[in-house]
Design a protein around this ligand. Structure first.
Ligand code: PRX
Length: 645
C-alpha cells in the first residue's frame, strides 16, 4: 500500500475525453439511468438493425439472465474493418513486430479487409458455418487476428487456446466446445525458440478428432500434414476471393468462447456475445486509454488471453485505431526490447502486465534510459495487483514522470475493464485500480454477504450488469449461476478480495478462492493437483500460491509419494516436466515439497490455510490446529519447507 497521490497533470486533463467533473456526471447517469446511458453509447458501433431495447438483465439466483441490445443486429468484423475503409483505408490497422527485431509488417485497413475476407472464405471452404466453433491455436502473427475477425464475419464462434498450452489442454478445450475446425501455424517463434504448434495439434487431435486443420506457414519448419484433414492456409487463400459479405448477427449471438480456470474442476468456457461486448470493449478502449485519432497503441498481451481479445483486436479495431501486435517476449534479444519497439513505431499508449514490469525493473534502468520513449503518453497495467515499487519504477523510469498509469482491474468474465483510473479524471495512487468505469457498481461484502460501507475490506462483488459481461458458461448455464451468483445471492461475485479507502478508491488484494495468479495468468490449484496425481509415483498433492518477486505468485506443491517411492531431486524435476506436459509451461511448480502427510481434519479435508501459511514462510500464527487428525504433520511440513525468505 502507498500513501502517495498523483494528481492529473494539467496537459493530460486538457486533452482527455473526460475530466473529473465529466466522469462524475457520466458515472451518475450510467448507474441511475442505464437504459438511457447505454442506449446512447450503444450507438458508437454500427448496427444493421438498430436496437429498441437496451438492458434486460437479472441477477436473481433463480433466473440469471443477461441480455443487452437484444433486438439489434450487427456484424463485429464489419465494425472493426469495413466501416473504417472510407475514411482510413490507408491508415495502419495493425503494426506487427516480429520476434526477430529485423522483422515487422504494417497492415492497413484496406489490407486488413482483404485478408479477413479471404480468411472468411477459406473457413467457408472448410465447411464452417454460422454458429460453428473454431479453435484457434496460433502464435502472435497477424493471421491470428484475421482468423478471429473472419470467424466474426461469418458468424462462427472462436475459441482461442493460448499457444503455451499442452496438447492435452488443447484437446480438452476442443472437446469442450465440440469444435470441428482448428486454425494453427506450423510453428510459433518466441524469444528465438520454436514452439511446435502443429505437432501439438496433431497430438491433441488424437484425443479430440477434428474435421479440418488450417495451417498458416510461419517458420517453414518440418511438419506433417494429414491428407483429407490438413490444409495450408496460403494454398487455400490463393484460391478464394477477397470479398465476403458479413453475416447479420443478433446482438446476443455468441462471438467467442474463452476457457479460463476456476477454483474447481476443468476450465470453464466463458461465453461472450456480439453487441454488448463490442460496445463495451470499444468504449473502455477509448476512455480508459484516452485514445485519440492517430494514436499508436500497444497492448503486449497474447491473443490467447482475454486482454488480447478486447484490447489488441476488438476494442482498438472497432475504434479505427492502430494496434501493435508483438510476436516476441519482453527480454529478447535483450531487456530493452519493449522500449526499442516503442521508439521504432512511435508508440503513444503502452499496456502491459506487472510481472513484465518487475522482470524488466530487475534488469536495470540502463536498458530503459538508453531509449527515447518520447512518443509515450500513457501507460497501463493489467492482470494482477501491481506493487507500489513496480508502479513507481514504471512511472518514474519508463514514463519519466509524465505518463499517467491506468491500473485496470477486470477478468475474462467481465469482457472489458471494470475498475480503472481515467487519465484525465482520476488522481492516481500506486497500487490502486481506483474507481469504477461507467455503469459498473462495485461493492464490498463480508463472508456472510453483508454490504460493508465506507473504508473497509472484504470480498468484491458487482451489483448490476454491464454490457460486456459474460452471458453463460458454454453449455452449462447452471455452472455459470453456481460459480458467480450462488455465493452472494443477487450479486456477481468476482472471486477477488478488495479494500476501499476513505476516498472510495478500490485496491484489489488478490483472489480469495483456490485460483492463483502466476505472472498474470490464472491457474486453478485443482488443475495442477490433478496433473500431479496423474503421475504414477504420486499419491496425493496439494497446491497453493506463495509470494514470488517476479511472478506475483509462484506455484508451491506439497506432494505425498506412493509407498516406497524415493523423494529425490530428480523426481522433483520429473514432476515439473510432467505438469508442463499435462497443462503447459505456465503451470510449472516453482517449489515442490515432499511431505509424508498433509494436514487434514478428522473428516479428511485438507486444511489449505495452513499450507498457504507455510508456503508463505510465515507460520508463527497458524491458527487453530487442534482439529487436525494428526497435528504432528504440521511440524514436519515446517521443518522441510521450501520457501525460506
Ligand atoms: O485477481 C484478479 C486479477 O486477475 C483476475 C482475472 O484474471 P483473468 O480472467 O485471467 O483476466 C486477466 C486480465 C483481465 C482477477 O480476478 N487482476 C486482473 N487485473 C488486475 C487484477 N488484480 C489486481 N489488479 C488488477 N489491475
Amino acid at each position: 500500500m502507498s500513501d502517495s497521490v498523483f494528481p492529473v497533470p494539467a496537459e493530460v486533463a486538457a486533452r482527455a475525453h473526460v475530466d473529473n467533473a465529466k466522469y462524475l456526471e457520466m458515472y451518475e447517469r450510467s448507474v441511475e439511468d442505464p437504459d438511457g446511458f447505454w442506449g446512447e453509447h450503444g450507438k458508437r458501433v454500427d448496427w444493421i438493425k438498430p436496437y429498441s431495447k437496451v438492458k434486460n438483465t437479472s441477477y436473481d439466483y433463480h433466473n440469471v439472465s443477461i441480455k443487452w441490445f437484444e433486438d439489434g443486429t450487427l456484424n463485429v468484423a464489419a465494425n472493426c474493418v469495413d466501416r473504417h475503409l472510407e475514411k482510413r483505408g490507408d491508415q495502419p490497422a495493425i503494426i506487427w513486430e516480429g520476434d526477430d527485431p529485423g522483422e515487422h509488417k504494417v497492415i492497413t485497413y484496406n489490407e486488413l479487409s482483404r485478408e479477413v475476407n479471404r480468411f472468411a472464405n477459406v473457413l467457408h471452404g472448410q465447411g464452417v458455418k454460422k454458429g460453428d466453433r473454431v479453435t484457434i491455436y496460433m502464435p502472435m502473427i497477424p493471421e491470428a487476428a484475421y482468423a478471429m475477425l473472419a470467424c466474426a464475419r461469418i458468424g462462427a464462434v472462436h475459441s482461442i487456446v493460448f499457444g503455451g498450452f499442452s496438447p492435452d489442454s488443447l484437446a480438452q478445450r476442443i472437446d469442450g466446445c465440440k469444435s470441428d475446425c482448428i486454425v494453427t501455424a506450423d510453428e510459433g517463434l518466441r524469444g528465438g525458440r520454436k514452439v511446435p504448434l502443429k505437432a501439438n495439434v496433431d497430438r491433441a487431435a488424437e484425443k479430440a478428432p477434428v474435421k479440418s486443420v488450417i495451417v498458416v506457414r510461419r517458420t517453414g519448419g518440418d511438419i506433417s500434414m494429414q491428407d483429407g484433414r490438413d490444409v495450408w492456409y496460403h494454398e487455400e487463400a490463393a484460391r478464394v476471393s477477397d470479398q465476403c459479405e458479413p453475416v447479420e448477427m443478433n446482438a446476443e449471438d455468441p462471438l467467442f468462447i474463452l476457457y479460463t480456470s476456476g477454483s474447481t474442476g476443468q476450465p470453464k468456457g466463458v461465453l461472450h456475445t456480439t453487441g454488448g461486448y463490442l460496445v463495451y470493449a470499444s468504449m473502455t478502449h477509448e476512455y480508459v486509454f484516452d485514445y485519440h485519432e492517430g494514436d499508436v497503441y500497444w497492448c503486449t498481451a497474447d491473443v490467447g488471453w482475454v486482454t488480447g481479445h478486447s484490447y489488441i483486436v476488438y476494442g482498438p479495431l472497432a475504434n479505427g485505431a492502430t494496434t501493435l501486435m508483438f510476436e516476441g517476449v519482453p527480454t529478447y534479444p535483450g531487456p530493452g526490447r519493449f522500449w526499442e519497439v516503442c521508439d521504432k513505431h512511435n508508440v503513444n499508449i503502452f499496456y502491459t502486465a506487472p510481472t513484465a514490469i518487475r522482470a524488466l525493473m530487475g534488469a536495470g534502468d540502463d536498458h530503459v534510459t538508453k531509449t527515447s520513449r518520447k512518443s509515450l503518453r500513457l501507460l497501463g497495467s493489467v492482470g494482477e495487483p501491481i506493487n507500489p515499487e513496480a508502479w513507481t519504477w514504471y512511472h518514474n523510469v519508463v514514463g519519466e514522470g509524465r505518463c499517467p498509469i491506468v491500473d485496470t482491474w477486470w477478468q475474462t468474465e467481465t469482457g472489458g475493464i471494470l475498475i480503472t483510473p481515467l487519465p484525465g479524471a482520476t488522481a492516481l495512487k500506486p497500487g490502486s485500480a481506483t474507481r469504477p468505469f461507467f455503469g459498473v457498481q462495485p461493492a464490498i461484502v463480508d463472508a456472510e454477504g453483508k454490504f460493508q460501507e465506507g473504508a473497509t475490506e472484504g470480498n468484491l462483488v458487482i451489483k448490476d450488469s454491464w454490457p460486456g459481461q459474460m452471458r453463460t458458461v458454454y453449455g452449462d448455464h447452471e455452472r455459470f449461476v453456481q460459480t458467480y451468483f450462488a455465493t452472494y445471492k443477487g450479486l456477481y461475485f468476482t472471486g477477488d478480495g478488495c479494500r476501499r479507502d476513505d476516498d472510495g478508491y478500490y485496491w484489489i488484494t488478490g483472489r480469495v478462492d483456490d485460483v492463483i495468479n502466476v505472472s498474470g495468468h490464472r491457474m486453478g490449484t485443482a488443475e495442477v493437483e490433478s496433473a500431479l496425481v496423474a503421475h504414477p509415483k504420486v499419491s496425493e498433492a496439494a497446491v497453493v500460491g506463495y509470494p514470488h518477486d517476479i511472478k506475483g505468485q509462484g506455484i508451491y506443491a506439497y506432494v505425498t509419494l506412493m509407498e516406497g517411492e524415493e523423494p529425490t531431486d530428480e523426481l522433483k524435476k520429473e514432476l515439473v516436466r510432467h505438469v508442463r506436459a499435462e497443462i503447459g509451461p505456465i503451470a510449472s511448480p516453482d517449489l515442490i515439497q515432499f511431505s509424508p502427510g498433509l494436514p487434514k481434519t478428522r473428516s479428511g479435508k485438507i486444511m489449505r490455510r495452513i499450507l498457504r501459511k507455510i508456503a508463505e514462510d510465515s507460520f508463527d500464527n497458524l491458527g487453530d490446529t487442534s482439529t487436525l487428525a494428526d497435528p504432528a504433520v504440521v511440524d514436519d511440513l515446517i521443518d522441510n519447507r521450501q520457501n525460506r525468505g
